[in-house]
Design a protein around this ligand. Structure first.
Ligand SMILES: NC(=O)c1ccc[n+]([C@@H]2O[C@H](COP(=O)([O-])OP(=O)(O)OC[C@H]3O[C@@H](n4cnc5c(N)ncnc54)[C@H](OP(=O)(O)O)[C@@H]3O)[C@@H](O)[C@H]2O)c1
Length: 281
C-alpha cells in the first residue's frame, strides 16, 4: 500500500543537529516538499549546525518515518486527513509530528494519528522563505515542553518563533499569514499614490517596498511601539501629520483591525470544517 505512494514528494534532511549537547543526531523529514517545506528546511540548514551528510529525497513515507525522528507534514490542508490515515501505522511515540497545515486543528490531528502521538501545530507565514518568517506553534496533549524547545531551537533561523495556546493560531493566521497580503495592499497603494503624483511606476514600487522593509526593521529592531516611531517622524504642521490625518479620515486603522478580525474568523470557520472532515471518516 505504501509503495502506491511513489509519485508523492517527501524530502528528507538527514542528521541535523540542533543542539551541540545532544548525543544523538536529530533526523528531520518532510511529507510535502513545496514552498513551506522549502522555507523551513532552508531555515534549519542555515543554522550554525549543518547537516552532516547533506540532503536526500525519498518518495515513500516508510523511509521518511524509518529515518526521521521529527517529521513535518507540509501538504495542502485538504490532503491532511488522507495522508495522516496513510502514515498513522508508521507513527510511534518516538516521533514528533509537526503539522503546518492551515486550519487543521490539534484535535483533528490527534484523531487521525495513534493515541499519545507527539504532535505540534505550527503556523508559519510566507516570509519564512527568506528566513524572516513569523511562526507560532502549539503543543498537542502529548507534546512536552522539551518537544517545544526542540522545535523552537530547530526553527530559530526561520524568523520569529513563538509558542502559544492553539486559540492564538487562528489569530496569528489573520495577523501574520494573511497580514502579509494586507501589507502588500498597502505597498501597492503607497506606490500608486506616488504614481498619481507623477513618479514612474517601477521606481514608486521599488521605493514603496524599501520603505516597508526599512520601517519594519526599525519597528522590530528598536523594539519601540509603532505609535512612538510614528510620532518621531511627525513634525508639528509637517507633511507626515497631514498624510496621517488623511489615512485616519479614510478609516485605515479600523479597516485594518477589521481585516485581521475577518481573516481570524475565517481561519476559525475553516478549522471547524476541517474538524468535521476529520471526524466524518
Ligand atoms: N504558503 C504559505 O504561506 C503557508 C503559510 C502557512 C501555512 N501553510 C501551509 O503549509 C502547507 C503547505 O503549503 P505550501 O504553500 O508549501 O504548498 P505547496 O507549495 O503546494 O506544497 C505542497 C507539497 O505537497 C506535496 N504533495 C501533494 N500531495 C501529496 C501527497 N499525497 N503526499 C505527499 N506530498 C504531497 C506537493 O507535491 P507536488 O508538487 O508534487 O504535488 C508539494 O510538494 C499547507 O497546508 C498550508 O496550509 C502555507
Amino acid at each position: 500500500m505504501l509503495f502506491s505512494l511513489l509519485c508523492l514528494s517527501c524530502a528528507y534532511l538527514s542528521q541535523v543537529k540542533t543542539d551541540p549537547s545532544m548525543d544523538m543526531p536529530l533526523r528531520v523529514g518532510f511529507i510535502g516538499a513545496g514552498n513551506m517545506a522549502y522555507g523551513i528546511a532552508k531555515g534549519i540548514l542555515s543554522g550554525k549546525l549543518k547537516p552532516s551528510i547533506g540532503t536526500q529525497t525519498y518518495i515513500v513515507f516508510i523511509h521518511v518515518f524509518h529515518f526521521s525522528y521529527l517529521v513535518f507534514v507540509a501538504v495542502k490542508p485538504h490532503l491532511v486527513p488522507e495522508i495522516l490515515r496513510e502514515i498513522s501505522q508508521l507513527v510511534t511515540q518516538k516521533h514528533i509530528i509537526v503539522s503546518v497545515a492551515a486550519g487543521v486543528t490539534l484535535a483533528t490531528l490527534e484523531l487521525l494519528l495513534p493515541k499519545d502521538s507527539v504532535i505540534l501545530r505550527l503556523m508559519p507565514n510566507l516570509p519564512c522563505l527568506l528566513l524572516e518568517g513569523a511562526l507560532l506553534f502549539s503543543r498537542g496533549s502529548s507534546a512536552k515542553p522539551e518537544d517545544a524547545a526542540l522545535l523552537s531551537s530547530l526553527l530559530q533561523h526561520c524568523g520569529l518563533v513563538e509558542e502559544g495556546p492553539e486559540a492564538w493560531i487562528d489569530v496569528h493566521t489573520g495577523l501574520s499569514g494573511s497580514g502579509v497580503a494586507f501589507v502588500y495592499l498597502f505597498a501597492e497603494a503607497l506606490a500608486e499614490g506616488a504614481v498619481k503624483m507623477g513618479m514612474p511606476s517601477s521606481l514608486a514600487h521599488s521605493i514603496a517596498a524599501q520603505t516597508i522593509v526599512g520601517a519594519g526593521k526599525l519597528l522590530r529592531d528598536t523594539g519601540k511601539h509603532p505609535a512612538q516611531l510614528r510620532s518621531d517622524v511627525c513634525t508639528p504642521g509637517g507633511t507626515t501629520i497631514y498624510g496621517l490625518h488623511a489615512l485616519e479620515q479614510g478609516g485605515l486603522r479600523a479597516a485594518t483591525m477589521s481585516a485581521v478580525e475577518s481573516a481570524t474568523e475565517r481561519a476559525r470557520e475553516l478549522g471547524q470544517k476541517s474538524a468535521g472532515a476529520g471526524n466524518s471518516n
